[in-house]
Design a protein. Structure first.
Length: 255
């Protein structure tokens, strides 16, 4: 058996923190917000090199705060969304900083060995959560498809990372804003009236059941977030063809 470096990385390097359990009050995501403003540009690209050199400890302090939270004590749905979306994105960034320099998150995913999505975990209030756990077992089950345009998998093909943390107070605006940015990007959505075809991000295929029971429902779901009137009209037609764009797994790094 060939043993690779990825296979010997600890399964959970984000260990339990010392923060006192929280819940029932408004969580403070300002530390994470400050890091995003410092290391993420307006295209959603991350300065991993500088962040790793200067501020890993600050990100760890934010993750330590999350570890002490009792998710069951969060007050409302938007606070739950903010907690878990920020946890997912912050944990993804921490994993990429651990492996950096690297060219893609997929370099750290193996079918038979270590997988960053399954094995890089955070212990929150005594329970271990992987990235897959947070996405598939928690957020997707909350029946809000817009989370797919908020979760960032450290890749160019994924939604852009905002330069602010998600908050309960601003959740609806933030989800909508990032979805509008996503569908305004021609690498993630294109419409061609001449060919009667729309090209979608593979995200719309991988998670298609989250957006509707059939393609009519899914295209209707997209329409309000498409900024172009002609493209919106095309989405509403009955015989529109659907195809998929290339998904770029390259790291979302500032060049």
């Amino acid at each position: 058996m060939i043993v690779t470096l990825a296979m010997i990385v600890p399964l959970a390097i984000i260990s339990p923190g010392t923060a006192e359990p929280q819940g029932g009050g408004r969580l403070d995501h300002s530390v994470y917000d400050g890091l995003l403003k410092k290391y993420v540009d307006d295209r959603g690209m991350i300065d991993y090199r500088t962040w790793k050199d200067r501020d890993v400890g600050t990100l760890d302090s934010y993750l330590d705060m999350l570890k002490g939270v009792d998710p069951d004590g969060l007050r409302n749905r938007n606070e739950v969304f903010a907690f878990w979306i920020n946890a997912y994105n912050a944990l993804t960034i921490r994993g990429m900083l651990h492996f950096y320099p690297t060219s893609s998150i997929r370099n750290h995913v193996s079918l038979i060995g270590y997988s960053i999505w399954k094995d890089y975990k955070i212990n929150i209030s005594g329970t271990d959560y992987s990235l897959d756990d947070i996405e598939h077992e928690i957020l997707r089950k909350m029946d809000e498809p817009l989370i797919h345009f908020a979760l960032v998998c450290a890749s160019i093909g994924c939604p852009p990372l905002m330069t602010e943390a998600f908050t309960a107070e601003d959740m609806e605006r933030q989800l909508r804003a990032n979805t509008l940015v996503f569908f305004a990007d021609p690498s993630k959505f294109r419409a061609d009236q001449g060919n009667h075809t729309v090209w979608l991000s593979p995200i719309m295929d991988w998670y298609k059941d989250d957006f509707g029971k059939n393609w009519r429902e899914r295209l209707d779901f997209i329409a309000p977030y498409v900024p172009d009137d002609a493209a919106r009209a095309l989405l509403g037609q009955k015989d529109v063809d659907v195809d998929y764009l290339h998904y770029d797994w390259g790291i979302n790094e500032q060049r």
